[in-house]
Write a protein that binds this ligand. Structure first.
Ligand code: NAP
Length: 281
């Protein structure tokens, strides 16, 4: 069997082209204004700094502006909440990204939830999650939404299929399960207390690896013909799934790197442009 490669990198590049055109159109209509994504980096974690930089670069590539807000390692919850309120009230800002994780003295959930729903383009608020899970309009959480966009683009059948999501974090596993359920999959969500994980994965038509451990999901746990989505990325270019033993017998898979990762940033800018269009367009 020759598996379909769910090429997130190529898709993101293709969609960036379309987004550039939409931003150019908005600029023409609104006297040179573009959507603006405010990115907030708290502290000096190098990986977070790199992610924020990549997000700013993606904005630049499509001709839209970003506003980089950098706060010190000692920032308090109150200070971060005050900054988020200021950005919520700034009519020139159309999207707010608070880079996760924040230093431990900060109440991350309170800060995520302070982001106004209409500017929650990274899909991190409880309200946005709840609305999405109820099938109401809301920006989806960027990584799982990016995965849904890849699956939709490649016309992967979801309805009626058994999807097994390994991981239940607020930014990935939980919203992933809710999105697949909304798309009429039958969903099993697994976590660190799940029993008989290999047996559950063996039943999956669609497997999503969101565990955060290199090659934790073994290829022999995955049945022939499954769709394999690997959200993980670890040093050495491996994900959360042992892909090597499955790519010649699955129906489709996201490569690592070049699968889910590029679609996360693309979804963030896609939703920022959509938000900009609502107020500028
Ligand atoms: P996380 O917050 O650490 O969550 C990991 C999840 O895996 C938890 O729900 C945990 O269960 C579960 N888990 C841990 N050990 C397990 C085990 N032995 N058996 C079954 N489940 C287990 O991680 P995350 O933020 O969701 O990220 C997951 C992965 O996705 C990471 O590799 C990360 O790098 C990647 N990621 C990629 C992107 C991207 O843009 N490509 C974005 C975000 C994350 P409990 O809830 O029971 O602890």
């Amino acid at each position: 069997m020759s598996a379909l490669v769910l090429d997130g990198k190529a898709l993101a590049a293709q969609w960036e082209q379309q987004l550039s055109e939409r931003v150019a159109g908005l600029k023409e209509k609104s006297n040179g204004k573009t959507p603006i994504l405010a990115t907030i980096l708290v502290g000096a974690d190098p990986a977070s700094a790199t992610y924020v930089k990549m997000k700013g670069n993606a904005c630049r590539r499509i001709g839209m502006e970003s506003m980089a807000v950098e706060l010190g390692e000692e920032t308090t919850t109150e200070q971060l909440l005050a900054k988020i309120t200021e950005l919520n009230e700034n009519p020139d800002v159309h999207g707010i990204l608070l880079q996760h994780p924040v230093p431990e003295q900060v109440d991350e959930r309170a800060c995520f939830d302070a982001i106004a729903l209409e500017k929650d383009v990274d899909g991190v608020t409880c309200l946005g999650y709840g609305r999405m899970a109820m099938g109401e309009e809301a920006y989806g959480c960027a990584t799982p939404k990016g995965i849904m966009r890849i699956l939709e683009h490649y016309k992967i059948e979801i309805e009626g299929k058994h999807a097994v999501v390994v991981g239940r974090s607020p930014i990935l596993g939980k919203p992933m399960s809710a999105m697949l359920l909304e798309a009429n999959a039958t969903v099993t969500t697994c976590h660190s207390r799940t029993q008989k994980l290999p047996e559950l994965i063996k039943q999956a038509d669609i497997v999503v690896g969101a565990v955060g451990r290199p090659e934790f999901i073994k290829s022999e746990w995955i049945k022939d013909g499954a769709v394999v989505v690997d959200a993980g990325y670890h040093p050495g270019g491996v994900g959360d799934i042992e892909l090597g033993g499955v790519i010649d017998r699955c129906a489709a898979y996201t490569p690592v790197p070049g699968g889910v990762g590029p679609m996360t940033i693309n979804t963030l800018i896609f939703q920022s442009v959509a938000s900009g269009e609502k107020s500028l367009g």
